[in-house]
Design a protein around this ligand. Structure first.
Ligand code: PEP
Ligand code: MN
Length: 265
């Protein structure tokens, strides 16, 4: 059954880009230098927006859980220096409030939040009357209804600059990927939500940097509207997701190697 969403296409969100919209930057903001150096490098790759996690949803306690508001200030500095808009993950109304305070240009809902309708509704309520674009990552489990339900909650709260991020799904099957691509769920989302911008996050899908270029290309071949790719100035020392981050230089090579191919019609 098709879903009626009242949304504006990504080209009307006010971000400069030609072709697929590329968001890149570290998994987590760790230090001011790491954010600024990574952002300077990312600005040379052709990416259109910076990302960095400020509040990190870690599986186990006592891991690095993000720098909070201080990290947002570093992202703001990175925007001033590079001219690129900035984005981060929000999981609570308090996160949204801080992002609005610092004029963050786009926020996304993480995969662990999309699974929880109470949390998504609280986010939606906190976004009423705002104009900030919101991307919704798929829930960690392969449940397209839950993904659509989160999009509907945000849209009903008035979020029109709305899109989705496909980052793969948890699975009990052994796989080379960290998260199962399950492309058919993405196809179903696209079929049911006409006009919804959908971005692929090959970093969290693959979990290993060597698998990322092929998955990013496949996403473009499937006509995703953009990509979100993690990059860190020194990936081996990253405090989260070290195996899936590219140096900005390697990210530049990956982006340069991507081909925008349109299917024959
Ligand atoms: C992230 O983008 O850093 C993140 C935590 O992703 P996900 O919600 O897809 O696991
Ligand atoms: Mn990450």
């Amino acid at each position: 059954m098709s879903v009626k969403l009242d949304i504006k296409g990504i080209d009307s969100w006010g971000f400069k880009h030609e072709g697929p919209f590329i968001i890149a930057g570290p998994c987590s903001a760790e230090t001011r230098e790491q954010v600024l150096e990574t952002s300077r490098g990312v600005a040379k790759t052709g990416a259109h927006m910076l990302r960095a996690g400020i509040w990190k949803p870690r599986t186990r306690p006592n891991c690095f859980e993000g720098m909070g508001e201080e990290g947002l200030k570093w992202l703001v500095e990175a925007r001033e220096e590079t001219g690129l808009p900035i984005s981060t993950e929000t999981a609570t109304p308090e996160h949204v409030e801080l992002c609005l305070k610092y004029n963050v240009d786009l926020i996304w809902v993480g995969a662990r939040t999309t699974v929880n309708p109470f949390a998504v509704q609280a986010l939606a309520d906190s976004l009423k009357g705002t104009d900030i674009p919101v991307l919704v990552k798929n829930p960690i489990n392969p449940d397209v209804e839950l993904w659509i339900g989160a999009l509907e909650r945000l849209n009903a709260a008035g979020v029109k600059k709305l899109g989705a991020i496909h980052r793969g799904f948890s699975s009990a099957k052994a796989s080379e990927f960290r998260n199962d691509p399950n492309w058919k769920i993405f196809i179903e989302l696209r079929r049911r939500c006409e006009g919804l911008p959908i971005i692929c996050d090959p970093s969290h899908l693959c979990g290993k940097r060597e698998l990322i270029p092929a998955v990013a290309q496949k996403a473009l071949d499937l006509l995703f509207d953009g990509l979100m790719i993690e990059s860190h100035i020194d990936p081996d020392k990253a405090l989260s997701d070290s195996k899936q981050q590219f140096t900005p230089e390697d990210l530049g090579k990956v982006i340069a190697g991507l081909k925008v191919r349109y299917p024959a019609i």
